[in-house]
Structures are given as structure tokens and as C-alpha cells.
Ligand binder design. Structure first.
Ligand SMILES: CC(C)(COP(=O)(O)OP(=O)(O)OC[C@H]1O[C@@H](n2cnc3c(N)ncnc32)[C@H](O)[C@@H]1OP(=O)(O)O)[C@@H](O)C(=O)NCCC(=O)NCCS
Length: 153
């Protein structure tokens, strides 16, 4: 899912995975998964995994592309191509934000290219642009305002 979030239209094969893991800026999104602040939700349909939304805290000396500060989670999201536009992404995002809020985090950010239509979805959950890094928007949302519920598509 990380590969899909990085390059929605590229091939998500072992070679691309190797490229991502060899890039220190990208590998830090998964390396050592399970530390404090790591979390997320997976969408399953008929036993298959069709999407995920996850979040992680980054240190200032190894930030993510959407880094705001060391107390703000950074979020990633992807749904497999043939299951998009059916409400899976919205359900994943709602559930992940609810979980992050109930874990006590106050804010969450992400990095999105300005022409990615997922920007519309983020805005609906209260994300606003707070910066621009290498042509991508950094967006941030307050978590305490997220509804404490889980949605199902
Ligand atoms: C972003 C993504 C996770 C959204 O998942 P999804 O299941 O397709 O989203 P939903 O069906 O829940 O759509 C929610 C809203 O997002 C917006 N949206 C998502 N994709 C869109 C598109 N291609 N065109 C226009 N609006 C879109 C719409 O506002 C939509 O609401 P609507 O269907 O009521 O109009 C999915 O498109 C994806 O995996 N994209 C590739 C990876 C990616 O870009 N990740 C984000 C990196 S920042």
C-alpha cells in the first residue's frame, strides 16, 4: 500500500519495492514498524486486503515529506486501483483518524500532490494546507475534532 501511495499509477512489483527500500527518505516510512505512534487500519473484502490507512511519528532529524513536528502524526493511505471510488478510502481515513484521536494524539499531517483528487477527501476531514515541500502540499488536521466512530463502506 505504501508503494501505491507513493506512485498511484506505477507498477507495484518487487523491483519498485527495492527502489523504495533503497531510498532513505521513503524507507523511513516502514523501517522498524511497531514503534510508539505507529498505527493504522486495513480494508478487507472477501478475505482480500484492498486498502490501508496508516500513521507514524517522525523525528525532526528524519522527517517524512509531510512533517510538521515531533508530536504530529503523519498519515498515508492507498486503495487498490480496482476498488477506488467506492467509499473504501473514506472509511479507512475516518477509522484511522478516530483511532489516532483515541490514542491521545492531537494532530495529524500528510503530504499530497496538489493535483491528487484525494485532496478533496482530506478537506472533508478538516485537513488544511500548512506548507509546501518539493511541490507537494503539507496538510494538517486537528484530531480532537474527529468523530469517535468507525465507518464501513
Ligand atoms: C486516495 C484514495 C485512497 C481514495 O480512496 P477511494 O476509496 O478511492 O476514496 P473514496 O471512494 O472513499 O472517495 C472519497 C472522496 O475522495 C475524493 N476522490 C477520491 N478519488 C477521486 C478521484 N479520482 N476523482 C475525484 N475525486 C476523488 C472524492 O471527494 C470522493 O468522494 P465522492 O466519491 O463522494 O466524490 C485512492 O484513490 C488511492 O489509493 N489513490 C492512489 C494512492 C494515493 O493517491 N494516495 C494518497 C497519497 S497522498
Amino acid at each position: 500500500m505504501l508503494l501505491r501511495a507513493i506512485q498511484p499509477e506505477s507498477r507495484h512489483d518487487v523491483a519498485f519495492l527495492g527502489q523504495v527500500l533503497a531510498d532513505p527518505h521513503l524507507a523511513r516510512y516502514v523501517r522498524g514498524w511497531g514503534r510508539r505512534g505507529d498505527g493504522g487500519v486495513i480494508a478487507e473484502e472477501a478475505g482480500g486486503r484492498v486498502g490501508a490507512c496508516w500513521y507514524r511519528l517522525f523525528p525532526a532529524d528524519e522527517p517524512g515529506y509531510g512533517f510538521v513536528d515531533e508530536r504530529t502524526l503523519e498519515l498515508g493511505i492507498a486503495v487498490v486501483a480496482d476498488r477506488r471510488r467506492r467509499g473504501v478510502g473514506r472509511a479507512l481515513l475516518g477509522a484511522a483518524l478516530s483511532d489516532a484521536a483515541s490514542e491521545g494524539f492531537a494532530a495529524i499531517s500528510l503530504s499530497v500532490e496538489p493535483d491528487n483528487p484525494s485532496r478533496l477527501l482530506y478537506a472533508q476531514f478538516g485537513f488544511v494546507q500548512v506548507g509546501m515541500v518539493e511541490g507537494s502540499w503539507t496538510m494538517r488536521a486537528e484530531l480532537l475534532q474527529q468523530p469517535k466512530r468507525r465507518a464501513s463502506p
